[in-house]
Design a protein around this ligand. Structure first.
Ligand code: RB5
Length: 148
C-alpha cells in the first residue's frame, strides 16, 4: 500500500530511537511504499503544515492512506480533519485502530509520541493497515454524513 507519513518535531524527540524513522522503517519492512512528508530533523515545526502535506498526498491520489504523529496525535488530527474526504483518527489502543478502519473507514492513523510507546505505535499501524472497512450499510450512511 502507498502510505504518506508525516510528523512534527515529536517524530525526532529524544531519546532515540526516534519515532518517525522507526515508523517508516517498520512500514517499509512490512512491504508498504512510504511517501515521507517530513520533517527531516528535530527542529521545531508546526504540525498543521505536515498534516496538510499528508492530506494532499491522499486527496491528490498519490497515497492511499496516511500516518501522522505529534506529541499527542490530537493537534495534527484536528487539522487533518479540516480536509473534506479525510477521516483521521487518534488511536491509542488496538481496538481503536481496528474500529477506526472497520466502522469509520479512517484513512489516516494519528499517533501520540508522548502517549504511546514506540512498540505500541508499530502494533497500532499493523492493526490499522491490516484491517478493512466493513462496508456495512449503516457505516457507509454515517460516513456519508461526515462530508455532507
Ligand atoms: C508540540 O509541542 C505539541 O503541542 C504537538 O506535538 C501536539 O502534541 C499537539 O497536539
Amino acid at each position: 500500500m502507498k502510505i504518506a507519513l508525516g510528523s512534527d518535531h515529536a517524530g525526532f524527540e529524544a531519546p532515540e530511537p526516534f519515532y518517525k524513522p522507526a515508523l517508516i522503517a517498520h512500514l517499509q519492512a512490512a512491504g508498504h511504499d512510504v511517501i515521507d512528508c517530513g520533517p527531516e530533523g528535530p527542529g521545531s515545526v508546526d504540525y498543521p503544515d505536515f498534516a496538510d502535506k499528508v492530506c494532499r498526498e491522499i486527496l491528490e491520489g498519490r497515497a492511499e492512506m496516511g500516518v501522522l504523529l505529534c506529541g499527542t496525535g490530537m493537534g495534527i488530527s484536528i487539522r487533518a480533519n479540516r480536509h473534506r474526504g479525510i477521516r483521521a483518527t487518534v488511536c491509542n489502543t488496538e481496538e481503536m485502530a481496528q474500529l477506526a478502519r472497520e466502522h469509520n473507514n479512517a484513512n489516516i492513523l494519528c499517533l501520540g509520541k508522548r502517549i504511546s510507546s514506540l512498540e505500541d505505535c508499530l502494533r497500532l499501524m499493523d492493526v490499522f493497515f491490516d484491517t478493512d472497512f466493513s462496508g456495512g450499510e449503516r457505516h457507509v450512511r454515517r460516513i456519508g454524513k461526515i462530508d455532507a
